[in-house]
Design a protein around this ligand. Structure first.
Ligand code: ADP
Ligand code: MG
Length: 342
């Protein structure tokens, strides 16, 4: 197949192509791509806005990350931030810096992923910006959401005796990245080699194509449960728990035997001679939700298959501790990813 260079169709030609993947599903979307700015009508709702930038070589590696997955992930990680405010995502803007080595077809692959995510999360692509890059690919997504003012959930409102909960399982995305890095090195050493991904599918999928937990946000609403505080897990459970506790002025006790992990996480950590507990507590990029609920909501969530009750909020003086099955408490450390300390 002959690939089309970006020079052939130019910036406006490209925008025109990208416009085709723009959806319009939300009543608040008044005007999307095509003018100097998009127009949104929030009605009586409050508007929630978040933005995230993904940089080639820092956040993703195109040797093993398909462009379609990358587009999906760029949207999902932004939707995850909107979900963590207990809001509903409604619009996104996508800004791209692209080097000349990318073909129009490659950019369309990226936008296929963006479009699929827009459909799944019911958000409208209403604009963005397109420019050239002298180095790698940069994708910035801004997500807009809406919520009734009384429904928004912040990080700084956890209370002593609240239950600490998490969705899904942890540590898989981090180990997925270790697997992909290992296979890349093996491939560079011997290009004839086939990647060994058997029994690792879940890990790789969690790294390349994470989901925002909007499903749980809707289910909590149906159950009549409003979290008392919430954050999404991009940098690891421990690090996010420090954010909630630090901003709320409380401590927490987390029970080690409650930590949710897939079997592939336990097996693979062993293979890499890593402590599975470290992967679960500090892995990052799982995009699950960490939240607290009132003790009185216990019955409403205790049987939910995707929610695990990990522990409880305690007075600040008690600190943040991991309680082992034998009952010993060890202070938790936030070893999350800090881009300026690597
Ligand atoms: P301006 O020069 O005023 O910034 P642009 O030519 O950059 O306008 O954009 C024209 C329209 O196309 C705008 O509605 C803008 O939001 C949209 N747009 C530009 N780049 C993208 C992109 N990568 N994805 C989605 N929409 C885009
Ligand atoms: Mg512009």
């Amino acid at each position: 197949m002959k690939l089309t260079s970006l020079q052939e169709i130019g910036e406006f030609g490209l925008i025109n192509e990208l416009k085709q993947s723009a959806t319009r599903q939300n009543a608040s979307t008044q005007y999307g791509i095509g003018d100097d700015a998009a127009v949104i009508e929030p009605g009586k709702k409050q508007v929630v806005i978040s933005t995230d930038m993904l940089v080639e070589g820092v956040h993703f590696d195109l040797t093993f990350c398909p462009l379609r997955h990358l587009g999906y992930k760029a949207v999902a990680v932004n939707v995850s931030d909107i979900a963590a405010m207990n809001a509903t995502p409604t619009q996104i803007l996508v800004s791209l810096a692209v080097g000349g080595r990318f073909s129009v077809e490659a950019i369309k692959e990226l936008y296929d992923g963006i479009r699929i995510a827009c459909e799944n999360y019911k958000v409208d692509l209403v604009g963005g910006d397109t420019t050239s890059s002298n180095s790698g690919l940069i994708i910035n997504v801004t997500a807009v959401g809406e919520a009734n003012p009384e429904d928004i959930v912040y990080r700084n409102t956890a209370q002593v005796n609240d239950l600490v909960c998490v969705t899904g399982d942890l540590g898989a995305a981090f180990l997925g990245l270790q697997i992909l890095e290992r296979e890349k090195q093996a491939f560079l050493a011997n290009p004839e080699m086939q990647p060994e991904l058997e029994q690792k599918e879940y890990l790789v999928q969690r790294q390349l194509r994470p989901e925002a937990r909007m499903d749980v946000i809707h289910e909590l609403r149906e159950l009549g449960v409003k979290p008392t505080s919430m954050i999404d897990i991009s940098d690891g459970l421990a690090s996010e728990l420090f954010h909630i506790c630090g901003q709320s002025g409380v401590g927490a006790a987390i029970y080690q035997d409650k930590l949710p992990a897939d079997e592939q996480v336990l097996n693979t950590a062993e293979e890499f001679r890593m402590d599975p507990l470290t992967c679960i507590l500090n892995g990052g990029e799982d995009y699950e939700l960490l939240f607290t609920v009132k003790l009185t909501d216990f019955d409403k969530i205790k049987n939910h298959p995707d929610i695990t009750i990990l522990g409880k909020i305690v007075p600040k003086e008690e600190g943040l501790n991991l309680v082992t099955p034998s009952g010993n408490a060890y202070p938790l450390k936030a070893q999350g990813w800090d881009h300026f300390q690597q």
